[in-house]
Design a protein around this ligand. Structure first.
Ligand code: UT7
Length: 336
């Protein structure tokens, strides 16, 4: 039995900055409303004339993570790609990463767990590395939200929140049993599946031929729907539960946390969790102000930035926690 660790991290965000002020020119909203409710000041959107996709951004983040892990792309044994905004309906971006990295015919798995996608991906990687099956697993979280948002006043409750970006981690074999990913914890509650969802273009209710024939510009089922207050109330409970579950599994408590990296859903949610666990500003990393909610990419972007800024040091207890559509939620407890 081996241990597993995060050996390399990277992120990439599109250059195009969209401020709250920019959004208030295309929909009825304001900088003060957005900042007060979410903490977001700006986010990145792929520019209209820019070629970036969920896959291409994921590949850019992955190349940095691979280099920092001190390995070659050909040393990757398996790819896990988490996104809710794939380039194609199918195949998923995992195989496109295998192609674009120009590596051998390694397995590629696509994860569909929205905001929890990266934590689910890390959990999968952790099991493969610990079992000895693989030595280096590439985990990517990447999203292009902007091409799928309703940028009119009708969609403002959702559209002001989400941003584009990608993050990646290389999960590698570690022989020191006191270091690395100590445990991961995953949950779901499908009873609330539709409370945060994009219903189309699923095959659940409609035939593609009918959709094409309707060609209805007012069809809202292609845009994300979120029951904001309901999601918020569930998020604060589940974040807290799953962090506590992870700590208790390892005989630890909130005072042992050196750095909490919460999924960047809403600054108010992070602040609630921070207060609940009695953590200082230095113990919780937030960057939602600059990038909005980038769903599966938010944790690896935040983790990379925290690491780049020297806020994560060897021996630190790092906690990743996520909650989102599904509902799904999860945590990872890591001794860095
Ligand atoms: O990452 C996955 C997990 N996601 C989350 O955890 C998100 C959880 N939910 C939230 O963060 C919050 O519910 C939101 C930030 C999405 C919304 O905040 P809220 O305080 O729950 O606002 P609300 O939806 O109850 O809307 C309050 C008012 C409404 O107007 P009325 O009916 O009171 O007149 C909305 O129409 O604010 C209005 N509103 C806006 N006004 C200006 C909604 N969106 C906007 C907007 N700008 N962008």
């Amino acid at each position: 039995m081996y241990n597993s660790k995060i050996a390399g991290l990277g992120y990439y965000v599109p250059e195009n900055v969209v401020t709250n002020e920019d959004l208030s020119k295309v929909m009825e909203t304001s900088d003060s409303w957005i900042q007060e409710r979410t903490g977001i000041k700006e986010r990145r959107h792929v520019a209209k004339n820019e070629g970036d996709t969920t896959t291409s951004m994921g590949v850019k983040a992955a190349k940095i993570a691979i280099e920092r892990a001190g390995i070659d792309a050909n040393d990757i044994d398996f790819i896990v790609f988490a996104t809710l905004s794939p380039d194609y309906y199918f195949p998923g971006p995992g195989v496109l990463v295998q192609r674009d990295l120009g590596i051998g015919t390694v397995g590629a798995l696509d994860v569909r767990n929205q905001c929890s996608g990266f934590v689910y991906g890390v959990s999968v990687a952790d099991q493969y590395v610990k079992s000895g099956m693989y030595q280096n697993v590439l985990v990517i979280g990447s999203e292009v939200h902007s091409r799928g948002l309703d940028m009119s006043t009708r969609g403002r409750g959702v559209s002001v929140i989400f941003g584009d970006g990608a993050g990646a981690a290389v999960v590698s074999r570690e022989t020191d049993s006191s270091k690395g990913i100590l445990s991961t914890h995953l949950h779901s509650e499908g009873q609330h599946a539709e409370e945060l969802s994009v219903i189309a273009p699923g095959m659940g209710k409609r035939w593609v031929t009918d959709i094409l024939a309707d060609n209805d510009p007012n069809d809202e089922s292609y845009f994300p729907y979120m029951n904001g207050q309901f999601v918020f109330k569930n998020a604060v409970v589940r974040f807290s539960e799953v962090i506590m579950e992870g700590l208790q599994t390892n005989g630890l408590g909130p005072t042992d946390i050196d750095m909490l990296i919460p999924h960047q859903a809403n600054l108010r949610i992070s602040q609630f969790v921070q207060k609940k666990f009695g953590l200082s500003d230095d113990q919780v990393f937030n960057n939602i102000m600059s990038y909005g909610n980038t769903t599966a990419a938010s944790i690896p972007i935040a983790l990379t930035e925290a690491w780049e800024q020297g806020k994560i040091k060897e021996g630190d207890l790092v906690v990743l926690a996520a909650f989102g559509s599904g509902f799904t939620w999860g945590s990872a407890i890591i001794r860095w």
